[in-house]
Design a protein around this ligand. Sequence first.
Ligand SMILES: *Cc1c(COP(=O)(O)O)cnc(C)c1O
Length: 302
Amino acid sequence: MDEGLSKTDIMFTEHLYAPIEQVHFDLFKEKQIEVYIKREDLIHPFIAGNKWRKLKYILQDARYKNKNHLVTFGGAYSNHLLAVACAGAKYNYKTTGLVRGEEVNNHMLGLCKWFGMKLIFVDRESYRNKTKLFDEYFSENNEAYYINEGGAGELGAKGCGEILNGIENDYSHVFCSVGTGCTIEGLINYANENKLHSSIEGVVVLKGGDFLQKQIEEKNFNEANWRLHQNFHEGGYAKTTPELLAFIQNFAAQTGILIDQVYEGKMMKAIFTLAEENYFKKGSKILAIHCGGTLGMLSIVN
Ligand SMILES: *Cc1c(COP(=O)(O)O)cnc(C)c1O
């Protein structure tokens, strides 16, 4: 075993700190429900939450294929780009990020560069065809390894399923936010295979998410209960409303937990709205997965 291989395998033995905490609000008391948060955001400051979970099997696959240059894709505030940049530095891979849109600078891309990632900005039109982009830049490069935007794919989903490893089987609902759908697919698959009683529910953070419903239906997770909520996107991907920002700020002030405006803020706000609408039966026990993204919100904090 070379040193590089053993370094990646550390991802398999590392003890992950992602505790479950209850959050207390009058609304929950009034509706007689309990809400818990799984702090996947605490796994790593830069390889946070579901991004760590996804990269675990992806990086192992790259290593087995003898590829030591990770190439991936993201927007200018991508948590995934930052996770790949940091993981590359930590586990010994070169990294290149293809970034959607005109050249910009912000704290997220700045951190990517500090971790040694090479950034290539590509116009929105070319960005649509990622395999073509990859071939354009890397077809001659035997060391380059293609990672989907957001780390989506089967290996990513497999890692995400492990978020539920070892939890008590007494949650009525497990909630997560949904971008590409990779995380929730992993959770549903895990619930399916392990006969969890929980209903796995996703809050879709983008507008026009019907394709996600189809994408998951096609996987035929027959045993598991799951559901997508399409009405909590607050105007679309990365769009915010004053109500959302006020909610996030109040949540931080009440709990000491930061949630971002792109993903986890929308998920938590949805849980509050659903509770107000008596969606949850009395006695429900809800587990919300906090998948990280906290650094992305630094651009809105002032
Ligand atoms: C990437 C990300 C998501 C979206 O996960 P998908 O697997 O793409 O659905 C949710 N929350 C946070 C914080 C993320 O960084």
